[in-house]
Design a protein around this ligand. Structure first.
Ligand code: DAS
Length: 325
C-alpha cells in the first residue's frame, strides 16, 4: 500500500540552480516542488507525493514566521487521516535548528523528515535527488514513526536532537552527537540501528507564539567581561555561552553571567568545541547556571527559547529538560 507523503518546500540548495557547473554562484530555492516531485516520482513508487511550496529561501534567512508556517502545516498533517508522513525540504545551514524546534513541538505519531542538499540540483555530482529519494524511503517506512523529527542527508538518518552540520562542504556534511546515525539509507535499502524511542509521544512543548531573545556569547581568548553587557538588552531572557572546552569562560565573564542569573535570566553553558558533553559543575549550583549537556550552542538556544516560551525558567526545571534525551 502506498504511503501518502506531504512535502513542504522551503528552498535551500536542494532546489538550487547554478548558472554554471564550474562556478559557485548558485541560487537556492530556484526549482519548484512540482518539478522536484516530477524528477523523483519514478524513483519512489512506494509513495504518493503531494507538494506544497512554503518558501524559496536560503535557510540562512529563516524566520520565526516561516517556522510558524512550517509547524502549522505539520500540526494539521499530523491530524489528517489522508497523510502518512511529512517531508520538509530545507537548506542545510539551519536545518538542525528547525529540526529540533519541530522535534520539541510536534507529536511523534507520524514521521517528519528534513532533507536538503550540499550541491545545487544542476551541479556536477548533485546529491539532492538521492537525498530526496532516501527521505521518501525513510518517511514511507512503517518503522519511521515514534522517532521524532529525523534528518536525512548523505545516506544517513540522524535524529533531530543529535543532528548538526559538521562540515562546510561535501555530501557527508552532517553528523550526529551523541548518537551518530540512527539508520543507513540508500535508494534501495533502509537499515534501522534500533527501535523507535519516542513511540506515541505527544508534543513535549507548545510551539512558541513569540521567540524570547536569547543571544549566544561565543568565547574567545582574552575576551573581556563587558562584552556580556553589550549583548544583553532589556528584552533578553537568557544567554547561551559557547564556552571554551567544557563550557568555560574567563572568571570575569562568569561573574557577569552569574549576575545576570541573579537578575532572573537563564544562563546555559554550552561549548564552542564541535563535539562533547558539557556536564554540570559545582559552580553551577551557586551561580544558577544550566549545563547544555549534549547540545551545541545553536540547539541549546532553540531548546532554551522553547522552554522560556512555555514558562519554564527555573534553573532546576531547565536543567531537567537539557538532561532529557
Ligand atoms: N543555501 C544554504 C541553505 O539554504 C545551504 C544549503 O541549502 O545547503 O541553507
Amino acid at each position: 500500500m502506498q504511503s501518502h507523503i506531504l512535502i513542504l518546500a522551503t528552498g535551500g540548495t536542494i532546489a538550487g540552480r547554478s548558472s554554471s557547473a564550474l562556478r559557485r554562484d548558485y541560487r537556492p530555492g530556484q526549482i519548484g516542488i512540482g518539478e522536484l516531485i516530477d524528477r523523483v516520482r519514478p524513483l519512489a513508487p512506494q509513495a504518493v507525493l503531494e507538494g506544497r511550496e512554503l518558501a524559496a529561501i536560503g535557510s540562512e534567512d529563516i524566520t520565526p514566521d516561516l517556522w510558524q508556517r512550517i509547524w502549522t502545516q505539520c500540526d494539521a498533517a499530523m491530524r489528517a487521516d489522508t497523510v502518512n508522513g511529512i517531508i520538509i525540504t530545507h537548506g542545510t545551514d539551519t536545518a538542525e535548528e528547525t529540526a529540533l524546534l519541530l522535534d520539541l513541538t510536534l507529536p511523534t505519531a507520524k514521521p517528519v523528515v528534513l532533507v536538503g542538499a550540499m550541491r545545487a540540483a544542476d551541479a556536477v555530482g548533485s546529491d539532492g535527488l538521492r537525498n530526496l529519494v532516501n527521505a521518501i524511503r525513510v518517511t514511507a517506512d512503517a518503522d519511521a514513526a515514534g522517532r521524532g523529527v529525523l534528518l536525512v542527508m548523505g545516506d544517513r538518518v540522524i535524529a533531530a536532537r543529535d543532528a548538526r552540520k559538521a562540515r562546510t562542504s561535501g555530501t557527508d556534511a552532517f553528523r550526529g552527537f551523541p548518537r551518530d546515525a540512527v539508520a543507513a539509507v540508500t535508494p534501495h535499502s533502509l537499515d534501522w540501528f534500533g527501535a523507535p524511542w519516542a513511540a506515541r509521544r505527544s508534543a513535549r512543548f507548545t510551539f512558541p507564539r513569540e521567540f524570547p531573545e536569547v543571544p549566544i556569547l561565543h568565547a574567545f581568548a582574552s575576551m573581556e567581561p563587558d562584552l556580556v553587557d553589550r549583548i544583553v538588552g532589556p528584552q533578553t531572557r537568557g544567554v547561551v555561552l559557547a564556552g571554551f572546552g567544557e563550557g568555560n569562560a574567563p572568571r570575569g565573564v562568569r561573574d557577569r553571567l552569574a549576575e545576570l542569573a541573579r537578575r532572573g535570566l537563564v544562563i546555559v553553558r554550552a561549548s564552542r568545541v564541535d563535539e562533547g558533553i558539557v556536564d554540570r559543575e559545582p559552580e553551577d549550583d551557586t551561580a544558577g547556571f544550566v549545563a547544555a549537556r549534549s547540545l551545541g550552542p545553536a540547539k541549546a538556544r532553540v531548546l532554551l527559547q522553547v522552554l522560556l516560551a512555555n514558562g519554564v525558567r527555573d534553573a532546576v526545571a531547565v536543567q531537567a529538560a537539557f538532561d532529557e534525551r
